[in-house]
Design a protein around this ligand. Sequence first.
Ligand code: AMP
Length: 274
Amino acid sequence: MKIFREPGKLQKWASAQKLAGRQIALVPTMGYLHEGHLSLIEAAKRKGADEIVVSVFVNPVQFGPNEDYDKYPRDEKADLAKCRKAGATAVFFPTPANMYLDRHSVYIVEEDLSRGLCGARRPGHFRGVCTVVAKLFNLAHPDFAVFGQKDYQQAQVIKRMVRDLNFDLKIVTAPIVREPSGLARSSRNTYLSAEERERALALSGALKTLAVGRNAATERKRVVKMLEDAGLKVDYVEFVDGGTLEPVKRTAKGVCVLLAVYDGKTRLIDNRVL
Ligand code: AMP
């Protein structure tokens, strides 16, 4: 397994792979890898990629000033071992300084799908995500990139960016991987105390109670109450069209229900497509 730290070195290697006709898959992550991330590597393998590049980068540009950039968990050694075991062929570990050179001044802003949900609560978040993902595409030359449905809005925003800016690659999405308890796997779960972990089960618990053919406003109130009764602070609960992310009036097939809560100080998200 190759390990790259310099963007230029990854780019040179990836160009050579392309020239040799090898298919490249990219799996972008912020590290502290768990089974959710590993399922993306699996998906890349199943799709037959010759080279699977996992990027591990806690991207400062997508964090707000009062968010958890500094305390975000990092474990390079464990991540390397997990990538190797899962079958990645290359890992990219850049530093903020070599990803964002002095006076970096070009950013990508998606202006439709990123307005609501996490985009509204985390100003600048998707600008940071789109910018770093576009840079990773230019460095790794992937034929396809794999994203998790865990970050549903993110996957939609990235698909739109690829369409609208004519990136020559496909976006593949993979289902949410959960703990046996139902809790969606997340690097941020490491922040949770035993009590907070217990409370967090209300997220997947509430999503399980949803069904098609119901009034969205009534369902929304019911879900908010379930989360609050569990001791969570609701950031948002929204029922949207899975493609446009516009609010819907009724639950139906293809409707996506997205939740964001604070569990103590930790912000958790989850979602379900009906
Ligand atoms: P992160 O490291 O949290 O930025 O996530 C990197 C990628 O892994 C994103 O495409 C996420 O959607 C995906 N991912 C994170 N957690 C999960 C999960 N529990 N199931 C599936 N994909 C996930």
